[in-house]
Design a protein around this ligand. Structure first.
Ligand code: NAD
Length: 481
Protein backbone atom coordinates (compact mmCIF):
# COMPACT_ATOMS: atom_id res chain seq x y z
CA UNK A 1 0.00 0.00 0.00
CA UNK A 2 1.18 3.50 -0.87
CA UNK A 3 1.12 6.10 1.90
CA UNK A 4 0.42 9.33 -0.04
CA UNK A 5 2.05 11.42 2.70
CA UNK A 6 5.47 9.91 1.86
CA UNK A 7 5.31 10.91 -1.83
CA UNK A 8 7.11 13.78 -3.53
CA UNK A 9 4.44 16.20 -4.75
CA UNK A 10 6.28 19.49 -5.33
CA UNK A 11 7.99 20.72 -8.49
CA UNK A 12 11.52 19.40 -8.97
CA UNK A 13 13.60 22.36 -10.12
CA UNK A 14 17.36 22.88 -9.90
CA UNK A 15 17.83 19.81 -7.72
CA UNK A 16 15.26 20.86 -5.10
CA UNK A 17 11.54 20.48 -4.38
CA UNK A 18 9.45 23.62 -4.42
CA UNK A 19 5.75 24.55 -4.46
CA UNK A 20 4.21 26.21 -7.51
CA UNK A 21 4.83 29.97 -7.41
CA UNK A 22 1.09 30.63 -7.48
CA UNK A 23 0.56 28.15 -4.61
CA UNK A 24 -1.94 26.11 -6.63
CA UNK A 25 -2.38 22.32 -6.26
CA UNK A 26 -3.70 19.72 -8.65
CA UNK A 27 -5.68 16.64 -7.52
CA UNK A 28 -4.47 13.17 -8.44
CA UNK A 29 -7.39 10.78 -8.90
CA UNK A 30 -7.50 7.00 -8.37
CA UNK A 31 -9.27 5.78 -11.55
CA UNK A 32 -10.63 2.72 -9.73
CA UNK A 33 -12.69 4.95 -7.40
CA UNK A 34 -12.88 8.28 -9.20
CA UNK A 35 -11.69 9.90 -5.96
CA UNK A 36 -8.63 12.13 -5.40
CA UNK A 37 -6.02 10.56 -3.12
CA UNK A 38 -3.17 13.08 -3.39
CA UNK A 39 -2.32 16.44 -4.91
CA UNK A 40 0.73 17.91 -6.62
CA UNK A 41 2.02 21.41 -7.33
CA UNK A 42 0.24 23.04 -10.26
CA UNK A 43 2.88 25.01 -12.15
CA UNK A 44 2.35 28.14 -14.22
CA UNK A 45 4.56 29.38 -17.09
CA UNK A 46 6.82 31.24 -14.65
CA UNK A 47 7.67 27.97 -12.87
CA UNK A 48 8.39 26.29 -16.19
CA UNK A 49 10.76 29.09 -17.19
CA UNK A 50 12.57 28.74 -13.85
CA UNK A 51 13.07 25.08 -14.76
CA UNK A 52 14.39 26.05 -18.21
CA UNK A 53 16.81 28.49 -16.54
CA UNK A 54 18.07 25.74 -14.22
CA UNK A 55 18.51 23.35 -17.15
CA UNK A 56 20.32 25.99 -19.21
CA UNK A 57 22.84 26.73 -16.47
CA UNK A 58 23.42 23.05 -15.61
CA UNK A 59 23.80 21.94 -19.23
CA UNK A 60 27.40 23.03 -20.03
CA UNK A 61 28.79 21.27 -16.96
CA UNK A 62 26.85 18.09 -17.70
CA UNK A 63 27.88 18.11 -21.37
CA UNK A 64 31.50 18.49 -20.29
CA UNK A 65 31.44 15.50 -17.93
CA UNK A 66 33.29 12.44 -19.20
CA UNK A 67 30.88 10.10 -20.99
CA UNK A 68 31.93 7.36 -18.58
CA UNK A 69 30.79 9.47 -15.61
CA UNK A 70 27.42 10.12 -17.22
CA UNK A 71 27.17 6.41 -17.97
CA UNK A 72 27.85 5.43 -14.37
CA UNK A 73 25.14 7.75 -13.06
CA UNK A 74 22.65 6.29 -15.56
CA UNK A 75 23.65 2.79 -14.49
CA UNK A 76 22.94 3.79 -10.87
CA UNK A 77 19.48 5.02 -11.97
CA UNK A 78 18.84 1.58 -13.43
CA UNK A 79 19.88 -0.15 -10.23
CA UNK A 80 17.78 2.12 -8.01
CA UNK A 81 14.75 1.64 -10.22
CA UNK A 82 15.06 -2.13 -10.05
CA UNK A 83 15.56 -1.97 -6.25
CA UNK A 84 12.32 0.03 -6.02
CA UNK A 85 10.32 -2.06 -8.48
CA UNK A 86 7.62 -3.00 -5.96
CA UNK A 87 6.91 0.50 -4.69
CA UNK A 88 7.07 2.07 -8.16
CA UNK A 89 4.71 -0.56 -9.56
CA UNK A 90 2.26 0.05 -6.72
CA UNK A 91 2.36 3.80 -7.38
CA UNK A 92 1.87 3.42 -11.14
CA UNK A 93 -1.01 1.05 -10.55
CA UNK A 94 -2.65 3.45 -8.09
CA UNK A 95 -2.52 6.61 -10.20
CA UNK A 96 -2.81 5.05 -13.66
CA UNK A 97 -5.08 2.11 -12.82
CA UNK A 98 -3.13 -0.57 -14.71
CA UNK A 99 -3.03 -4.08 -13.25
CA UNK A 100 -0.01 -4.78 -11.05
CA UNK A 101 1.63 -7.28 -13.45
CA UNK A 102 1.49 -4.59 -16.17
CA UNK A 103 2.90 -2.03 -13.73
CA UNK A 104 5.81 -4.33 -12.82
CA UNK A 105 6.45 -4.89 -16.52
CA UNK A 106 6.49 -1.16 -17.06
CA UNK A 107 9.02 -0.52 -14.26
CA UNK A 108 11.40 -3.13 -15.68
CA UNK A 109 10.96 -1.73 -19.20
CA UNK A 110 11.47 1.83 -17.93
CA UNK A 111 14.63 0.83 -16.03
CA UNK A 112 16.06 -0.83 -19.16
CA UNK A 113 16.33 2.58 -20.84
CA UNK A 114 18.74 3.67 -18.11
CA UNK A 115 20.77 0.48 -18.54
CA UNK A 116 20.80 0.65 -22.33
CA UNK A 117 21.77 4.33 -22.46
CA UNK A 118 24.39 3.85 -19.74
CA UNK A 119 25.98 1.50 -22.25
CA UNK A 120 25.40 3.85 -25.22
CA UNK A 121 26.74 6.99 -23.48
CA UNK A 122 30.31 5.87 -24.13
CA UNK A 123 29.62 4.99 -27.79
CA UNK A 124 28.56 8.27 -29.39
CA UNK A 125 30.73 7.56 -32.37
CA UNK A 126 31.31 10.07 -35.16
CA UNK A 127 32.98 9.68 -38.52
CA UNK A 128 36.11 10.69 -40.42
CA UNK A 129 36.46 10.50 -44.19
CA UNK A 130 38.43 11.97 -47.06
CA UNK A 131 36.49 14.54 -49.10
CA UNK A 132 35.76 13.29 -52.65
CA UNK A 133 38.02 16.06 -54.02
CA UNK A 134 40.87 14.80 -51.86
CA UNK A 135 41.41 18.35 -50.60
CA UNK A 136 40.56 17.77 -46.96
CA UNK A 137 39.26 15.42 -44.31
CA UNK A 138 35.63 15.46 -43.18
CA UNK A 139 35.32 15.06 -39.45
CA UNK A 140 31.83 14.52 -38.00
CA UNK A 141 31.09 14.64 -34.31
CA UNK A 142 27.70 14.33 -32.54
CA UNK A 143 27.30 17.09 -29.97
CA UNK A 144 24.52 17.50 -27.37
CA UNK A 145 21.75 19.68 -28.75
CA UNK A 146 21.22 21.61 -25.51
CA UNK A 147 18.11 21.98 -23.36
CA UNK A 148 15.23 19.69 -24.32
CA UNK A 149 11.58 19.91 -23.27
CA UNK A 150 10.01 16.49 -22.73
CA UNK A 151 6.22 16.05 -22.71
CA UNK A 152 4.81 12.63 -21.78
CA UNK A 153 1.41 10.89 -21.60
CA UNK A 154 -0.29 9.07 -18.72
CA UNK A 155 -0.43 5.56 -20.19
CA UNK A 156 3.19 4.60 -19.41
CA UNK A 157 4.13 7.26 -16.83
CA UNK A 158 7.54 5.76 -15.96
CA UNK A 159 8.65 4.32 -19.30
CA UNK A 160 7.71 7.31 -21.45
CA UNK A 161 9.77 9.51 -19.10
CA UNK A 162 12.88 7.28 -18.98
CA UNK A 163 12.73 6.62 -22.75
CA UNK A 164 13.41 10.36 -23.15
CA UNK A 165 15.49 11.24 -20.07
CA UNK A 166 18.03 8.41 -20.43
CA UNK A 167 19.15 9.17 -24.03
CA UNK A 168 19.06 12.93 -23.38
CA UNK A 169 21.37 12.56 -20.38
CA UNK A 170 23.60 10.08 -22.20
CA UNK A 171 24.02 12.62 -25.00
CA UNK A 172 24.92 15.39 -22.52
CA UNK A 173 21.66 17.37 -22.59
CA UNK A 174 19.67 18.89 -19.72
CA UNK A 175 15.88 18.55 -19.69
CA UNK A 176 12.57 19.79 -18.35
CA UNK A 177 9.96 17.04 -18.13
CA UNK A 178 6.26 17.98 -18.22
CA UNK A 179 4.40 14.75 -17.39
CA UNK A 180 0.68 14.17 -17.87
CA UNK A 181 -1.54 15.68 -15.18
CA UNK A 182 -3.22 12.29 -14.58
CA UNK A 183 0.03 10.58 -13.48
CA UNK A 184 2.39 13.15 -11.95
CA UNK A 185 3.47 11.10 -8.93
CA UNK A 186 5.39 8.53 -10.96
CA UNK A 187 7.33 11.34 -12.65
CA UNK A 188 8.38 12.70 -9.28
CA UNK A 189 9.37 9.21 -8.09
CA UNK A 190 11.60 8.94 -11.18
CA UNK A 191 13.05 12.40 -10.42
CA UNK A 192 13.89 11.24 -6.91
CA UNK A 193 15.81 8.28 -8.33
CA UNK A 194 17.76 10.52 -10.70
CA UNK A 195 18.60 12.87 -7.84
CA UNK A 196 19.76 10.04 -5.57
CA UNK A 197 21.79 8.48 -8.37
CA UNK A 198 23.86 11.65 -8.58
CA UNK A 199 22.39 13.58 -11.52
CA UNK A 200 23.57 17.14 -10.81
CA UNK A 201 21.08 19.87 -9.86
CA UNK A 202 19.29 21.37 -12.86
CA UNK A 203 20.13 18.60 -15.34
CA UNK A 204 16.65 17.10 -14.92
CA UNK A 205 13.67 19.22 -13.85
CA UNK A 206 10.04 18.12 -13.52
CA UNK A 207 7.05 20.47 -13.59
CA UNK A 208 3.45 19.31 -13.27
CA UNK A 209 0.53 21.42 -14.36
CA UNK A 210 -3.18 21.18 -14.98
CA UNK A 211 -2.92 23.74 -17.78
CA UNK A 212 -0.31 22.35 -20.18
CA UNK A 213 -0.97 24.71 -23.11
CA UNK A 214 0.58 27.93 -21.73
CA UNK A 215 3.23 26.10 -19.68
CA UNK A 216 4.60 24.12 -22.63
CA UNK A 217 4.22 27.08 -24.99
CA UNK A 218 6.31 29.32 -22.71
CA UNK A 219 9.12 26.76 -22.74
CA UNK A 220 8.99 26.23 -26.51
CA UNK A 221 9.37 29.98 -27.02
CA UNK A 222 12.30 30.35 -24.62
CA UNK A 223 15.50 30.81 -26.67
CA UNK A 224 17.46 28.59 -24.27
CA UNK A 225 15.42 25.55 -25.43
CA UNK A 226 16.64 23.69 -28.54
CA UNK A 227 14.58 20.49 -28.73
CA UNK A 228 11.14 19.06 -28.03
CA UNK A 229 10.40 15.39 -27.49
CA UNK A 230 6.68 14.69 -27.27
CA UNK A 231 4.72 11.49 -26.73
CA UNK A 232 0.96 11.73 -26.88
CA UNK A 233 -1.95 12.08 -29.24
CA UNK A 234 -1.61 13.13 -32.87
CA UNK A 235 -3.79 16.28 -32.48
CA UNK A 236 -1.64 17.64 -29.63
CA UNK A 237 1.50 16.61 -31.53
CA UNK A 238 0.41 18.68 -34.53
CA UNK A 239 -0.25 21.65 -32.29
CA UNK A 240 3.17 21.42 -30.65
CA UNK A 241 4.93 21.02 -34.00
CA UNK A 242 3.42 24.35 -35.00
CA UNK A 243 4.58 25.94 -31.74
CA UNK A 244 8.04 24.45 -32.11
CA UNK A 245 8.32 25.95 -35.59
CA UNK A 246 8.68 29.46 -34.14
CA UNK A 247 12.16 28.64 -32.82
CA UNK A 248 12.85 25.87 -35.37
CA UNK A 249 13.28 23.31 -32.57
CA UNK A 250 14.44 19.79 -33.27
CA UNK A 251 11.33 17.65 -32.73
CA UNK A 252 10.75 14.04 -31.88
CA UNK A 253 7.08 13.08 -32.03
CA UNK A 254 5.74 9.74 -30.78
CA UNK A 255 2.04 9.99 -31.63
CA UNK A 256 -1.07 7.87 -31.88
CA UNK A 257 -1.40 4.50 -33.56
CA UNK A 258 -4.04 2.27 -35.12
CA UNK A 259 -2.22 -1.04 -35.21
CA UNK A 260 -3.44 -3.82 -37.51
CA UNK A 261 -3.06 -7.34 -36.11
CA UNK A 262 -3.16 -9.73 -39.09
CA UNK A 263 -3.74 -13.45 -38.62
CA UNK A 264 -3.33 -15.64 -41.71
CA UNK A 265 -4.93 -19.06 -42.09
CA UNK A 266 -1.54 -20.73 -41.73
CA UNK A 267 -0.82 -19.13 -38.32
CA UNK A 268 -0.40 -21.19 -35.17
CA UNK A 269 -3.76 -20.48 -33.51
CA UNK A 270 -2.55 -20.65 -29.90
CA UNK A 271 0.47 -18.47 -30.63
CA UNK A 272 -1.73 -15.92 -32.37
CA UNK A 273 -4.15 -15.90 -29.42
CA UNK A 274 -1.28 -15.46 -26.95
CA UNK A 275 0.05 -12.65 -29.12
CA UNK A 276 -3.24 -10.83 -29.51
CA UNK A 277 -3.83 -10.88 -25.75
CA UNK A 278 -0.51 -9.10 -25.23
CA UNK A 279 -0.92 -6.72 -28.15
CA UNK A 280 -4.52 -5.89 -27.24
CA UNK A 281 -4.64 -6.07 -23.47
CA UNK A 282 -1.34 -4.69 -22.21
CA UNK A 283 -2.36 -1.76 -20.05
CA UNK A 284 -6.04 -2.62 -20.60
CA UNK A 285 -5.75 -1.65 -24.28
CA UNK A 286 -4.43 1.83 -23.46
CA UNK A 287 -1.21 1.61 -25.48
CA UNK A 288 -0.19 3.37 -28.69
CA UNK A 289 0.93 -0.03 -29.99
CA UNK A 290 -2.37 -1.72 -29.02
CA UNK A 291 -3.89 -4.01 -31.66
CA UNK A 292 -6.75 -1.80 -32.81
CA UNK A 293 -7.96 -3.74 -35.85
CA UNK A 294 -7.75 -7.51 -35.74
CA UNK A 295 -7.84 -8.93 -39.28
CA UNK A 296 -8.45 -12.69 -39.34
CA UNK A 297 -8.43 -14.72 -42.55
CA UNK A 298 -11.63 -16.64 -43.28
CA UNK A 299 -10.36 -20.16 -42.55
CA UNK A 300 -9.31 -19.38 -38.96
CA UNK A 301 -11.86 -16.76 -38.03
CA UNK A 302 -14.44 -18.84 -36.17
CA UNK A 303 -11.88 -20.63 -33.98
CA UNK A 304 -9.94 -17.41 -33.42
CA UNK A 305 -12.98 -15.45 -32.27
CA UNK A 306 -14.06 -18.25 -29.90
CA UNK A 307 -10.54 -18.55 -28.46
CA UNK A 308 -10.21 -14.79 -28.08
CA UNK A 309 -13.56 -14.50 -26.29
CA UNK A 310 -12.61 -17.33 -23.89
CA UNK A 311 -9.32 -15.66 -23.01
CA UNK A 312 -10.84 -12.20 -22.65
CA UNK A 313 -13.65 -13.57 -20.45
CA UNK A 314 -11.06 -15.07 -18.10
CA UNK A 315 -9.51 -11.68 -17.22
CA UNK A 316 -10.51 -10.52 -13.74
CA UNK A 317 -11.57 -6.85 -13.81
CA UNK A 318 -10.92 -4.66 -10.77
CA UNK A 319 -8.70 -2.00 -9.24
CA UNK A 320 -5.20 -2.30 -10.67
CA UNK A 321 -3.75 -2.56 -7.20
CA UNK A 322 -5.78 -5.69 -6.30
CA UNK A 323 -3.48 -8.72 -6.70
CA UNK A 324 -6.00 -10.79 -8.71
CA UNK A 325 -6.77 -8.02 -11.27
CA UNK A 326 -5.64 -8.44 -14.87
CA UNK A 327 -7.80 -5.68 -16.37
CA UNK A 328 -7.90 -2.38 -14.48
CA UNK A 329 -10.02 0.74 -15.00
CA UNK A 330 -9.61 3.21 -17.86
CA UNK A 331 -7.95 6.51 -17.02
CA UNK A 332 -11.12 8.64 -16.78
CA UNK A 333 -14.84 8.83 -17.49
CA UNK A 334 -14.22 10.52 -20.83
CA UNK A 335 -12.34 7.42 -21.97
CA UNK A 336 -15.17 5.13 -20.85
CA UNK A 337 -17.68 7.28 -22.73
CA UNK A 338 -15.51 7.24 -25.86
CA UNK A 339 -15.09 3.45 -25.82
CA UNK A 340 -18.83 3.06 -25.22
CA UNK A 341 -19.62 5.32 -28.17
CA UNK A 342 -17.26 3.48 -30.54
CA UNK A 343 -18.66 0.08 -29.54
CA UNK A 344 -22.29 1.22 -29.83
CA UNK A 345 -21.64 2.66 -33.29
CA UNK A 346 -19.80 -0.47 -34.47
CA UNK A 347 -22.69 -2.66 -33.32
CA UNK A 348 -25.19 -0.37 -35.07
CA UNK A 349 -23.00 -0.82 -38.17
CA UNK A 350 -23.39 -4.60 -38.09
CA UNK A 351 -20.76 -5.93 -35.65
CA UNK A 352 -21.78 -8.84 -33.39
CA UNK A 353 -21.10 -8.60 -29.64
CA UNK A 354 -19.37 -11.81 -28.59
CA UNK A 355 -18.35 -10.61 -25.12
CA UNK A 356 -18.91 -7.51 -22.97
CA UNK A 357 -20.08 -4.44 -24.86
CA UNK A 358 -21.38 -2.19 -22.06
CA UNK A 359 -19.59 -0.06 -19.44
CA UNK A 360 -19.65 -1.38 -15.88
CA UNK A 361 -21.42 0.54 -13.14
CA UNK A 362 -19.23 2.86 -11.03
CA UNK A 363 -17.55 3.84 -8.87
CA UNK A 364 -14.42 4.03 -11.00
CA UNK A 365 -13.93 4.07 -14.74
CA UNK A 366 -14.46 0.46 -15.74
CA UNK A 367 -15.14 -1.02 -19.16
CA UNK A 368 -15.10 -4.82 -19.41
CA UNK A 369 -13.06 -6.95 -21.83
CA UNK A 370 -15.11 -6.91 -25.03
CA UNK A 371 -14.97 -8.86 -28.28
CA UNK A 372 -16.82 -7.78 -31.43
CA UNK A 373 -16.88 -9.85 -34.60
CA UNK A 374 -17.54 -8.60 -38.13
CA UNK A 375 -16.58 -4.97 -37.51
CA UNK A 376 -17.03 -2.88 -40.67
CA UNK A 377 -13.80 -1.44 -42.08
CA UNK A 378 -15.32 2.05 -42.04
CA UNK A 379 -16.51 1.87 -38.41
CA UNK A 380 -14.90 4.50 -36.18
CA UNK A 381 -13.83 1.61 -33.94
CA UNK A 382 -11.49 0.58 -36.77
CA UNK A 383 -10.43 4.08 -37.76
CA UNK A 384 -9.70 5.69 -34.38
CA UNK A 385 -7.61 4.55 -31.43
CA UNK A 386 -10.03 2.68 -29.16
CA UNK A 387 -7.71 2.93 -26.13
CA UNK A 388 -9.69 0.35 -24.17
CA UNK A 389 -10.16 -3.42 -23.74
CA UNK A 390 -12.15 -3.88 -26.94
CA UNK A 391 -11.05 -6.38 -29.59
CA UNK A 392 -12.75 -5.76 -32.93
CA UNK A 393 -12.35 -8.58 -35.45
CA UNK A 394 -12.52 -7.82 -39.19
CA UNK A 395 -12.62 -10.70 -41.70
CA UNK A 396 -10.43 -10.84 -44.81
CA UNK A 397 -9.75 -13.23 -47.68
CA UNK A 398 -6.60 -12.28 -49.65
CA UNK A 399 -3.13 -10.92 -48.86
CA UNK A 400 -3.62 -7.90 -51.11
CA UNK A 401 -6.94 -7.07 -49.51
CA UNK A 402 -5.55 -7.12 -45.97
CA UNK A 403 -2.47 -5.05 -46.86
CA UNK A 404 -4.67 -2.40 -48.49
CA UNK A 405 -7.01 -2.36 -45.48
CA UNK A 406 -4.16 -2.23 -42.96
CA UNK A 407 -2.57 0.73 -44.77
CA UNK A 408 -5.86 2.63 -45.10
CA UNK A 409 -5.21 4.93 -42.13
CA UNK A 410 -3.28 8.10 -41.43
CA UNK A 411 -1.40 6.23 -38.68
CA UNK A 412 1.56 3.91 -39.03
CA UNK A 413 3.09 2.97 -35.69
CA UNK A 414 3.03 -0.79 -34.96
CA UNK A 415 1.66 -3.75 -36.95
CA UNK A 416 1.49 -7.46 -36.13
CA UNK A 417 1.54 -10.42 -38.51
CA UNK A 418 0.93 -14.08 -37.66
CA UNK A 419 1.88 -16.77 -40.18
CA UNK A 420 4.00 -19.93 -40.13
CA UNK A 421 5.40 -18.91 -43.54
CA UNK A 422 8.30 -16.58 -42.79
CA UNK A 423 8.72 -15.51 -46.42
CA UNK A 424 5.08 -14.46 -46.50
CA UNK A 425 5.46 -12.65 -43.16
CA UNK A 426 8.48 -10.70 -44.41
CA UNK A 427 6.79 -9.85 -47.71
CA UNK A 428 3.76 -8.49 -45.84
CA UNK A 429 6.01 -6.59 -43.39
CA UNK A 430 7.70 -4.94 -46.37
CA UNK A 431 4.36 -3.68 -47.68
CA UNK A 432 2.92 -2.42 -44.38
CA UNK A 433 3.13 1.33 -43.88
CA UNK A 434 4.26 1.28 -40.28
CA UNK A 435 7.40 2.06 -38.32
CA UNK A 436 7.43 -1.31 -36.55
CA UNK A 437 6.23 -4.78 -37.51
CA UNK A 438 6.13 -7.79 -35.20
CA UNK A 439 6.04 -11.18 -36.90
CA UNK A 440 4.64 -13.93 -34.65
CA UNK A 441 5.06 -11.68 -31.59
CA UNK A 442 2.59 -9.58 -29.63
CA UNK A 443 5.17 -7.11 -28.31
CA UNK A 444 7.48 -4.81 -30.27
CA UNK A 445 8.90 -2.45 -27.64
CA UNK A 446 12.59 -2.92 -26.84
CA UNK A 447 15.10 -0.28 -25.66
CA UNK A 448 17.62 -1.71 -28.13
CA UNK A 449 15.31 -1.17 -31.14
CA UNK A 450 14.20 2.08 -32.82
CA UNK A 451 10.63 2.72 -31.67
CA UNK A 452 8.53 5.12 -33.74
CA UNK A 453 5.98 5.66 -36.43
CA UNK A 454 5.52 6.72 -40.04
CA UNK A 455 2.77 8.92 -41.51
CA UNK A 456 0.88 10.77 -38.74
CA UNK A 457 2.19 8.45 -36.01
CA UNK A 458 5.24 10.60 -35.64
CA UNK A 459 8.72 11.78 -36.44
CA UNK A 460 11.97 10.40 -35.11
CA UNK A 461 12.76 7.29 -33.08
CA UNK A 462 13.22 6.41 -29.42
CA UNK A 463 15.47 3.63 -28.20
CA UNK A 464 18.59 2.23 -29.87
CA UNK A 465 21.33 4.54 -31.21
CA UNK A 466 18.67 6.49 -33.13
CA UNK A 467 17.07 7.57 -29.84
CA UNK A 468 20.30 9.08 -28.59
CA UNK A 469 21.02 10.89 -31.86
CA UNK A 470 17.68 12.73 -31.43
CA UNK A 471 19.41 14.69 -28.66
CA UNK A 472 22.49 15.55 -30.72
CA UNK A 473 23.46 17.60 -33.72
CA UNK A 474 26.11 16.61 -36.22
CA UNK A 475 29.06 19.02 -36.16
CA UNK A 476 31.17 18.80 -39.31
CA UNK A 477 34.71 20.10 -39.37
CA UNK A 478 36.57 20.40 -42.71
CA UNK A 479 40.20 19.73 -41.94
CA UNK A 480 43.28 20.37 -44.06
CA UNK A 481 46.91 20.15 -43.09
P1 NAD B 1 -2.38 13.85 -24.98
O1 NAD B 1 -1.88 14.22 -26.32
O2 NAD B 1 -3.70 14.32 -24.55
O3 NAD B 1 -1.35 14.33 -23.86
C1 NAD B 1 0.02 14.03 -23.93
C2 NAD B 1 0.79 15.09 -23.18
O4 NAD B 1 0.60 16.35 -23.81
C3 NAD B 1 0.36 15.27 -21.72
O5 NAD B 1 1.50 15.56 -20.96
C4 NAD B 1 -0.56 16.47 -21.79
O6 NAD B 1 -0.64 17.17 -20.57
C5 NAD B 1 0.14 17.29 -22.85
N1 NAD B 1 -0.76 18.23 -23.52
C6 NAD B 1 -2.08 18.08 -23.78
N2 NAD B 1 -2.56 19.18 -24.41
C7 NAD B 1 -1.51 20.02 -24.56
C8 NAD B 1 -1.36 21.31 -25.14
N3 NAD B 1 -2.39 21.95 -25.68
N4 NAD B 1 -0.14 21.88 -25.13
C9 NAD B 1 0.90 21.25 -24.58
N5 NAD B 1 0.83 20.02 -24.01
C10 NAD B 1 -0.36 19.42 -24.00
O7 NAD B 1 -2.26 12.26 -24.93
P2 NAD B 1 -2.64 11.28 -23.73
O8 NAD B 1 -4.11 11.15 -23.69
O9 NAD B 1 -1.92 11.68 -22.49
O10 NAD B 1 -1.96 9.94 -24.23
C11 NAD B 1 -2.57 9.07 -25.11
C12 NAD B 1 -2.03 9.27 -26.51
O11 NAD B 1 -0.61 9.11 -26.50
C13 NAD B 1 -2.54 8.24 -27.48
O12 NAD B 1 -2.84 8.85 -28.70
C14 NAD B 1 -1.35 7.29 -27.64
O13 NAD B 1 -1.34 6.56 -28.84
C15 NAD B 1 -0.21 8.23 -27.54
N6 NAD B 1 1.02 7.52 -27.19
C16 NAD B 1 1.97 7.37 -28.15
C17 NAD B 1 3.14 6.67 -27.86
C18 NAD B 1 4.19 6.49 -28.91
O14 NAD B 1 5.29 6.14 -28.55
N7 NAD B 1 3.93 6.73 -30.18
C19 NAD B 1 3.32 6.13 -26.59
C20 NAD B 1 2.32 6.30 -25.63
C21 NAD B 1 1.17 7.01 -25.95
Amino acid sequence: MIDPTTLRTDLFVDGGWRPASGGRRLDVVDPSTGQPFASVADADPQDALAAVAAAASARPGWSARAPRERAEILRRCYELMIEREDELAALISLENGKALPDAHGEVRYAAEFFRWYAEEAVRVIGDVSVAPSGANRILVQYQPIGVAVLVTPWNFPAAMATRKIAPALAAGCAVVLKPAAETPLTAYAVAEILHEAGVPAGVVNVVTTGDPGPVVSAMLHDPRVRALSFTGSTPVGRLLLREAADQVLKCSMELGGNAPFIVFDDADLDDALDGVMIAKMRNGGQACTAANRIYVQDGLREKFVAGLAARMAALPVGPGTAPETLCGPLIDQRSVDKVDRLVTEAVAGGARVVLGGRPLDGPGYFYPPTVLDGVAAQARLAREEVFGPVAGVIPFTTDDEVVAAANDTEHGLAAYVYTRDLARGLAIADRLESGMVAINRGLVSDPAAPFGGVKQSGLGREGARDGLLEYTEAKYVALSW
